[in-house]
Design a protein around this ligand. Sequence first.
Ligand code: ADP
Length: 204
Amino acid sequence: MRLSIAVKRMPVTLVRAGVNGPPRISHSFEVTFKYRPMIRLILGDITSLTVDAVVNAANTSLLGGGGVDGAIHRVAGPELLEACKKVGGCPTGEARITPGFRLPSKWVIHTVGPVWRGGEHDEAMLLESCYRQSFEVALANGVRSIAFPGISTGVYGYPKPAAAGIALTVMEGYNERFDEIVCCCFSEQDIEVYQAIQDGHDDE
Ligand code: ADP
């Protein structure tokens, strides 16, 4: 059976926050999977989301990097780096939690995705573990709403459709234990990747 999805669309515009600032998305649209009310797709900057916890695609040092990690540290402020230093790193496939400091979210859950090396180096198992461990850390800290970026799909090079398939599969297993699970997409193309997977599930 094919189920419909409710789409709320607003104009999406990329604007520069400042001369040296990152591009910010000033508007976002949301796609809600009607039959999975807890899983939502949001197009936008994860640092602007008001959820209990945002997940950070970090590196093993937890000492900051580019991409979503850089964005989260910029908005959370220098206290986040200090908190990460105290945590003392995180192995690939695991997750650690810190406060969100100046972010709208109370917590940041830092997880370290695998670097894509062709698919024969446990990448899928490690990426699945990132999602699972992030959820477990969230549950242990009373988190009811959580937003994920596409872990490993930036500089770590994980193919986006395969990564989105893993993300949605793990999310489905946890959706009854959360009020809201958000896939935060950073481009309209990324939204389409998640939607295509969901459409594929509908056709099964
Ligand atoms: P990784 O090293 O795990 O690949 P990246 O930060 O390079 O992490 O990218 C992970 C994903 O996060 C990519 O799909 C990228 O487009 C996305 N991304 C980057 N900045 C943001 C942001 N501010 N909000 C949401 N997603 C983001």
